[in-house]
Every structure is written in structure tokens, then in C-alpha cells.
Design a protein around this ligand. Structure first.
Ligand code: SF4
Ligand code: SF4
Ligand code: FES
Length: 491
């Protein structure tokens, strides 16, 4: 293994490690624009120049392999002067957009200028090369060619990650610009990653633009519930409002996020968000709605059933299992959701659009229950007359409910999710508002953490289950989400 010395610190690194990676392992940060750990090396920006003993010229750290006995300096006067020159060159034609640029606060040009340059421009503003600004490309992005530093990260992302190759560098020299290839559209399902990886404000998100200055944002680590892949991500929010979701890169599951997953936060403050109960299309306060739902369950006792949901957390599914066993005292309950799981596009998007079929199976392991087919059969032949479930999971028994006219009581966050056959709907707090445990398709336990408060009066689903049980004269002794997990064994 080659032994390399950088700024006086020595490390043994695996063959093939670059100087930039070796420095990183030693805790030395070398500035970079075009280098991205998940893309091929391009070596075009020259920001990572370092001095290597016995080399007559400075070398790019991102594309130079560490060799045995190599001695590198990242902080010499020569390196510092080169960084200043590279920045001056990159900024020559850059517009003075910082006050109105969405990237301000997390811009590679701003940060490195402050750290490595602070030089005044020697180039008259009127001589700058002008390029196209504010061009909507695809459903999610805006491209500002004037801000682009031609690092080609976006071009490489589209050719190496999505393999759709929509982008290209056009023209030569200071006429170069990024553009769509002829006949292509920028709609590959992962386009918002370009706004993340662009080191400047050339690609910005149409959804996030001008909504919030990034230095006001608070960051909460959480998990995407857009499908069974369960990508790790960060929710960015301020004053109780969610503004965007960005990836939390990790070795097990994801470096990126898909566009669908990024937009899952929209439902939280959507116009159809439920804050009250719904009985047969009419809005009523929560307590009367709970009382009515409990009354309908009692009325059909013991012909009531509980169907868990792969869209709910393990805690909320476990609370539903307790409702079936300890309050309704029925064997008509199901936490078994068949269906294909696995990445379907070779990148991230899963065959299974629900995030927690594997977590629901842990509830089945702890509490038992019947198969989905059996539940459907019991609904059709009239042994089950009322079904309690989550709104999207109601689709699993839609035809059976339609055929038998069984009563449907659902938990929902948004009006759009309520199935037409629902008799009663109870609003619950979503997993941007309350914590929840999920198990992704790989069997990895993932935690959704709350970043914003639920609308006034809206409570976690397990708490609603507690109230339903109380109305039926039973106590489930659930004082927290964690209480519901007591019987669950995580593998
Ligand atoms: S648009 Fe951004 S990511 Fe693409 S080449 Fe320009 S600076 Fe790099
Ligand atoms: S692949 Fe699935 S889990 Fe990952 S971001 Fe997209 S919807 Fe979310
Ligand atoms: S990061 Fe090394 S040349 Fe761009």
C-alpha cells in the first residue's frame, strides 16, 4: 500500500486512492468544484491544485493517484497563489447575482472566494460574457447559464447515474455553455439532484427558488416514505414550514433522491390536509368523529376487522394490532402485505410504492392475524361488516368492501386519500410531524423524525387508536409511540 505524506501527515492508503481522497482521510480539505465522490473524475476546474515534491508543475489532487513516498503540500504559497488565480479566472464572467441567487449561503464560489481569494476583479463588468439566464428546463429546474462554471457535474450525472445523457457542453472556450441535446427533455425522475450537485447557482429548484434563504433553514435527519427503498434524507424547515428535502448520502441505500420522493413533503401543508374528522363527506370535530367511529365498530362487534397499512409506522401498526386484539377482541386482523420489493430502475425507485411492508410484517410476527385473501373472503361473505384501516391501505380490500357493502373507517392525512366508500375518516399526524419506525426493503430499520408541528388538534395515529379503544370501554395503556413497540422484535 502506498505511503503518502500530505502537509507533514503520513498515511498508508489503498492502491488507486487519489491525493484528494488521501488528504480527506487525513482530515485535510482540498477545495474542489468538478470532483464529486459519486461521479467519474473530470479534472477540469483546477481548484484542487497541489504541490507534489519532484513535480515541476502543480497537479490536480482529484485526478492524481497517491504513490509510495509521495510528499504533497496543500498550503504552500505556490498552491495558494494558484487557487487565487483559478478563482479569478472562474469569476471573470460570473454575474454579480449573489443578492438574488438562491445558492447564496451554500455556494462554492462564495465560500472559496472568502477562504482563498478576496481579490478584487481586474475585469470590467461591461466586458463580461453574457449567457442565457432563467431558463426552465424540465418540470423541476431552472438553468442560469451565466452562473455556470462548466464543472460538468450535471453532464456526468445524466450520463453516469440516470444514463439518459440529456446534457452536453456546447461550443468552445468562453462561448461554452450547458444545454439539452437536441430532441431530449430533462425529465429523468432524478433531476433535482442537479440542483444539489451544481456547486454554484446555475441549476436551481423551481419548487424551492426564492422561498427561503438557506441560512434560516433548520435541518432534521429523517427518511423518505415515498417507496420501500427508504432513502435517508434531511428535511429543511423554518418556523414550522417545510421547504425542501435533500439526500443524506449513506453507503447502504442512497446518495441521491428521486424527484417523487423530494415532493412528498408537499402533502403536509396541502389545501386538502385534514384537521377534522369526516363522516360521510361532512367535516366534524375529532371527538364526535371518534365517538361515531367507535360506535360503528361496537355495533358490529365481533364482526369488525382491522387492516394494518404498509404506509404506517411500526408503532401505528402495532397500536392497530392492539386495537384488534385487546379492544375489539377479534381475530379479524391482517398485517400481511404481499407485493414485489426491489429497486425497479437500477437507481433507487422501488417496485413497492409503500414504505413499510416489512415493518408491518414484524407486527404480524408479534401479533399473528390472518392473510389478506382470508380477510377479503370474510368481508365478502359477511363475517366482517366493518373494516378499520389507513386510507391508502383500503385499496387492498376495495373490491370486497364494494361487493359486500361493509362499513369502512379510515385514518387519513389528506382528503385526496379518502376512498369513496369510507363511512368515517379520522385525521392523523404525518411522519414529518411525529416520529415513526420503518423497515425498508433491505430490512434496515429507519427512523422518521418530526420536523414541524401537526395542524392544531391533529394527533398521532396511535393516540387516536387509544381513544377508539377507550370509547369501546377498553384501555390499551399506550402513553407514547414507544409503548406500542413493546411486543415488536426487530431482526
Ligand atoms: S450547470 Fe452547474 S453542475 Fe452543470 S456544469 Fe455548470 S456549474 Fe457544473
Ligand atoms: S427512491 Fe423511494 S425512498 Fe428514495 S427518494 Fe425516491 S421515493 Fe423516496
Ligand atoms: S476538483 Fe480537481 S480539477 Fe476540479
Amino acid at each position: 500500500m502506498p505511503k503518502i505524506t500530505i502537509d507533514g501527515k503520513t498515511a498508508e492508503v489503498a492502491k488507486g486512492t487519489t491525493v484528494l481522497q488521501a488528504a480527506q482521510a487525513l482530515g485535510i480539505v482540498i477545495p474542489r468544484y468538478c470532483y464529486h465522490p459519486s461521479l467519474s473524475i473530470s479534472g477540469n476546474c483546477r481548484m484542487c491544485l497541489v504541490e507534489v515534491e519532484k513535480s515541476p508543475k502543480l497537479l490536480t489532487a482529484c485526478s492524481t493517484e497517491a504513490a509510495d513516498g509521495m510528499v504533497v503540500r496543500t498550503d504552500s504559497d505556490k498552491v495558494k497563489a494558484a487557487r487565487r488565480d483559478v478563482l479569478e479566472y472562474l469569476l471573470i464572467n460570473h454575474p454579480l447575482d449573489c443578492p438574488i441567487c438562491d445558492q447564496a449561503g451554500e455556494c462554492g464560489l462564495q465560500d472559496y472566494y472568502m477562504e482563498h481569494s478576496r481579490a478584487k476583479s481586474r475585469f470590467p463588468q461591461e466586458d463580461k460574457v453574457r449567457r442565457q439566464k432563467r431558463r426552465a428546463l424540465g418540470p423541476h429546474l431552472v438553468l442560469d447559464n451565466e452562473r455556470c462554471i462548466l464543472c460538468t457535474r450535471c453532464v456526468r450525472f445524466c450520463s453516469e447515474v440516470t444514463k439518459t445523457s440529456e446534457l452536453e457542453v456546447m461550443e468552445r472556450g468562453d462561448h461554452s455553455y450547458i444545454d439539452l441535446k437536441q430532441g431530449k427533455a430533462l425529465d429523468n425522475g432524478y433531476t433535482l439532484n442537479l440542483a444539489d450537485i451544481c456547486p454554484v447557482g446555475a441549476w436551481t429548484s423551481r419548487d424551492f427558488r426564492f422561498k427561503q434563504r438557506v441560512w434560516f433553514l433548520k435541518r432534521t435527519p429523517t427518511v423518505c416514505l415515498g417507496c420501500a427503498t427508504g432513502c435517508l434524507m434531511e428535511a429543511h424547515h423554518n418556523d414550522g414550514v417545510l421547504y425542501r428535502l435533500v439526500p443524506r448520502p449513506n453507503a447502504e441505500t442512497n446518495t441521491w433522491l428521486c424527484d417523487h420522493g423530494r415532493m412528498t413533503y408537499k402533502a403536509v401543508r396541502a389545501g386538502d390536509r385534514l384537521a377534522k374528522g369526516v363522516i360521510k363527506n361532512g367535516l366534524i370535530e375529532l371527538e364526535p368523529a371518534l365517538r361515531e367511529a367507535a360506535g360503528r365498530i361496537d355495533e358490529n362487534h365481533p364482526a369488525a376487522a382491522v387492516l394494518g397499512s404498509p404506509w404506517l409506522s411500526v408503532e401505528d401498526n402495532a397500536a392497530l394490532a392492539r386495537l384488534a386484539k385487546d379492544a375489539i377482541k377479534t381475530e379479524n386482523f391482517c398485517f400481511d402485505f404481499p407485493g414485489a420489493q426491489g429497486v425497479k430502475d437500477g437507481i433507487l425507485i422501488n417496485e413497492d410504492p409503500a414504505p413499510n411492508a416489512r415493518g408491518a410484517r414484524l407486527v404480524k410476527d408479534a401479533y399473528g392475524g390472518i392473510a389478506l385473501e382470508e380477510l377479503r373472503a370474510r368481508i365478502v361473505d359477511g363475517r366482517v361488516k366493518t373494516v378499520v384501516t389507513e386510507a391508502r391501505a383500503a385499496a387492498f380490500v376495495r373490491d370486497a368492501v364494494k361487493a359486500s357493502g361493509a362499513r369502512l373507517i379510515v385514518f387519513a392525512t389528506n382528503r385526496a386519500d379518502i376512498p369513496p366508500a369510507a363511512y368515517a375518516t379520522l385525521p392523523y399526524a404525518c411522519y414529518f410531524e411525529v416520529p415513526g419506525t420503518f423497515v425498508n426493503f433491505q430490512g434496515l430499520r429507519r427512523r422518521a423524525e418530526p420536523s414541524v408541528a401537526a395542524p392544531e388538534g391533529v394527533r398521532p395515529l396511535w393516540a387516536l387508536v387509544n381513544r377508539l379503544a377507550a370509547y369501546s370501554g377498553a384501555s390499551l395503556h399506550l402513553d407514547s409511540a414507544a409503548d406500542a413497540l413493546k411486543e415488536i422484535v426487530f431482526k
